[in-house]
Design a protein around this ligand. Sequence first.
Ligand code: ADP
Length: 190
Amino acid sequence: MKNIVLFGPPGAGKGTQSTNIIEKYALIHLSTGDLLRAEKAAGTELGLKAKEFMEKGDLVPDSVVIGMIENKVKANPDANGFVFDGFPRTIAQAEALDQTLQENGLSISKMIALEVDDDELIKRLLERGKVSNRPDDQNEEIIANRIKVYNAETAPVADFYKKQDKFTSVKGIGSIDDIFESLCKVIDQL
Ligand code: ADP
């Protein structure tokens, strides 16, 4: 079982690399951002609630995302493992994830952080905004808020896994293939 938290700021490349990882290692991709956008697109009550937060670049309340992840873990008892992308984003989420995994006889193998500096992130997000149709990618103020929220609330989640000796990082700048190779070197050792 390989249960990986792919970590890093908005625009670090978590979504792109998650897609590569799940294909190579036959894991299940759990992206809270994708799940929330799907709820929003379907017009569910949860989606409508999440929309307000997402469009400002704020975090959706912990209880909402924790519930979504719990359901997905429970719904996939035969999985080879999971790649958590965009989750956990707060210490409370990290604690809840540990608990949920434990209840299902599982645990996190590793958190792998993609390291990218702020200037590169802003550039990438604005580029993505031109094609993604994501309202939160199209406005520099919202992007700046997402990075601020990341630094304040999400960056400390790395310490949570450092304390458990489960943290490592790779350089997130370079070609997609080179970054994937760095990630595979870590994952192959799990
Ligand atoms: P990015 O990492 O590029 O910001 P995501 O798709 O991961 O993109 O997230 C988009 C938005 O969805 C976030 O700005 C936030 O509002 C919401 N979101 C996603 N995951 C979480 C989470 N784990 N906790 C709270 N809010 C979340």
